[in-house]
Design a protein. Sequence first.
Length: 491
Amino acid sequence: MAQSTVVETYTLKNDVKDEGEEVKLPFIKRLTVSNNKDSPFGKRHVEALSFFLAVFLGFSIRVNLSLTIVAMTDPNANENKDIPTFEWKNRNVILSSFFWGYVIPQIGAGWLMTRYGPKWFLIGSMFLGSAVGFLMPPLASVWGSTSVIVFRAIQGLCQGFILPSVPCFMGNWVPVGERGRIGTFVYAAGPLGTVFSMLIAGYISASRLGWPWVFHFFSILGILWCIFYAIVGRNTPAEHPTITQEERNYIEKTASSSIKSRMPTPWKAIFTSVPFLALFYSYACFIFGFWVLLTQIPTYMNEILKFNLKKNGVLSALPYILQWMTGLVLSIISDKMIIRGIVSIAIARKMMNAIGMLIPALALIFLGYCSKDTAVGAVILLMIAVGANGATFCGTFINNVDLSPNFAGVLYGIMNGCSNVFGILAPLIVDVMVKDLYNPKQWRNVFYLASAVYASGAAVFWIFGSGEVQPWNEKRIKIDPDAISNVSSIY
């Protein structure tokens, strides 16, 4: 069956042509290898598993304190009275401290790993973050909340290298025709890590081991990952000592089909681009709502809905299972609609983003009226709010690639680094709005705010967002024409 082709034209400078002669070459947004043979399980899949585990553990470590802090500050959370508890009044400052470090390295980390490879940056950051996790429980008893704030900021700084490493891995190891599947596999580790962390943190905190072993457990896993990746990980196929020549050729030929360049970054054009600013704003709104849910729901369930800690871990995790499933299913539907010409890229992104932000906005409003007598309804609303967020994975999360294939990594660094300032602000804003943790009316105001932020993000992206490649993406570059000789469009 013939397939329709949508292309964007780029002005390129071809080394094969006479010097100074310009040629036009179609940049095909989605490519596959025309002579692709079924390639068996190989080293690239081991690399994908390594990055899946890195993202999985990164999110697990990131969110474990959201649940553990309930046990750390509740003297009745554990029957083992040898487990220390604290009377901290600055819980939301502690929760936000992770992002004090997290927002710092985003853009710089991506640049460093693009230049030098992600392997040792990842290993070093994961090892340091895990070591800090070991130190947190004993020093919390000595130095109080200050030590937890400092160590969480250090963990945030370390984790600033994890997500920016994924595009480096994808560019070096993943053939064009496999990027959708492998990319989804790796990024889906985030919600799964969140689920795992909430389940494990709840059970360990309620057991006789107590909350200190939550930090020990994830630190052990982090160090084990470092050992595993130090053994199996390589920055590129060319560095791998046991990769077959067939797999290496398959990866390098297809991976090189995307245009790779050393073009100067058009900073002014980026920051004056209306579609990018709309994307940035919508992504920031998502981050704010997401972190209100992630950092505050365990406390809300404990203080307002009166769930015990073990149930808290299980029930807080359920929505993220649905989020993971929603993201996978809707990404397939979205791609099918675009490929079959049912909707444009822009409409598909806007539809998914609207689902991922407007449904949670409505659910949060109703959630504010739940009590311990309507616990089942509260759990359903939480599942709807967080689960629907998964639609944004095929909305704002990938729109940066639509706008600028050549600078998608830079756009991601700007978006993720700046937007996660809301990871700092969200708990602090809640701290201002909720003076009495047992007052449902004050919690209701928090949910009203998050709902309004979600809705504004969806509206701005719907009005000003775009699915078209932006003019500032088109630059004069050098390209090897042989690099695209074996690819054909499926889009």
